[in-house]
Design a protein around this ligand. Structure first.
Ligand code: BMA
Length: 340
């Protein structure tokens, strides 16, 4: 039993490896990373920023995959152990709410979140520019595309796994049309998944003591509800003479009012160090899109894309992580309530 309580399912069969004896950090990598390598199927060349959830007696995931035409689309995958994945050959096909087929021009960086009886997929799509799309499914056979939540440009849509005060909550990162040289995380609410409002700025980029997140930040995995608040893994970007570097850290958001960030890591939790993170299609990227958490043991597994080429896995425990976030936290001026 962990000290910090996770409000969620017990996930006895989720992937897990104990912390290696020589690890002096709060998060450690799966020892057989990457879990998805180059060209995992005849059709798919690279599978990386992807999201997974428990499903039936195993797991299911929505994978960002690029075929040999280099264009990202979303593909389903299933797994018994959430480490070895069977990836579908065919991309996900959508219908809108009137039943008309809808094929996105491109689709990337999916998050997959169960709220009540529906599994929601939020991804980045073309809407006259990169914007968020939302769709849902109950059976992973029929997929219904809903109205796009926001006008362009926006990325990194992360839905909360339950409504608060009757509203769905969605984190996002408004941006411009390119590789945005700016970006803070905002929270929006909706009573019906159609009309979004009550926007709040949650967290800002930057920090004189925190260069890894100085250019932009974006929500990562669906927040994990705990007795200490919502744990949010998020990515942060820094700029070098050799291009952007993507790392990730974590924040704790207030349980009843998640627009309030209570703590956030001054230092990154994980930065590109391993060959599969520093070398690939886009070097120096670790990009989390999902986490599994076991309410019984407090174990957490984070899924992250590496170098826009691979899918990788890292582990921590809720007690260690919360303790680390709290004792290494530095809020930024824009995070404070009065600045909204
Ligand atoms: C972001 C997104 C991610 C990608 C990252 C690094 O803007 O496009 O999909 O992993 O850049 O290339």
């Amino acid at each position: 039993m962990s000290k910090v309580k996770i409000f969620g399912e017990s996930l006895k069969n989720m992937p897990w490896q104990d912390k290696p004896a020589d690890c002096n950090h709060v998060i450690w990598r799966h020892d057989a990373n990457p879990i998805i390598d180059w060209n995992p199927t005849d059709k798919l060349a690279r599978v990386f920023n992807s999201a997974v959830v428990p499903w039936e007696d195993g797991f299911i995931g929505v994978f960002r995959a690029e075929g040999r035409n280099g264009k990202p689309q979303l593909f389903l995958g299933t797994s018994k152990d959430a480490v070895k994945w069977d990836l579908a050959d065919e991309q996900i096909h959508w219908k809108d709410e009137e039943g008309k087929p809808y094929e996105p021009n491109y689709s990337y960086d999916p998050r997959l979140v169960k709220v009540e009886d529906d599994y929601y997929i939020i991804w980045c799509t073309d809407f006259g520019g990169a914007s968020l799309a939302i769709g849902k499914t109950r059976n992973f056979k029929e997929f219904t595309r809903l109205e796009n939540p926001f006008i362009p440009f926006n990325r990194n849509g992360v839905l909360f796994p339950r409504k608060i005060n009757g509203n769905y909550l969605l984190l996002s990162r408004p941006s411009d049309s390119g590789h945005t040289p700016f970006g803070d995380i905002f929270l929006s609410e909706s009573p019906d998944m159609k009309y979004w409002g009550k926007h709040r700025r949650v967290m800002t980029k930057g920090g004189i003591n925190s260069w890894w997140q100085s250019v932009k930040i974006g929500g990562g995995a669906a927040p994990i509800e705990t007795s200490e608040g919502w744990i949010l893994f998020y990515h942060g970007v820094s700029s070098t003479c050799n291009g952007f570097v993507y790392s990730f850290g974590a924040a704790i958001l207030d349980r009843e009012n998640p627009s309030k960030v209570l703590y956030r890591t001054r230092d990154y939790l994980l930065t590109p160090e391993k060959p599969y993170e520093t070398t690939g299609f886009v070097p120096n990227v670790v990009f989390p899109c999902a986490a599994l958490a076991d309410a019984d043991t407090g174990r957490i597994a984070v899924y992250y894309g590496a170098a826009d080429t691979y899918l990788a896995l890292a582990y921590t425990t809720v007690d260690e992580l919360v303790e680390y976030i709290k004792s290494n936290s530095e809020l930024l001026p824009g995070d404070a309530e009065e600045y909204r």
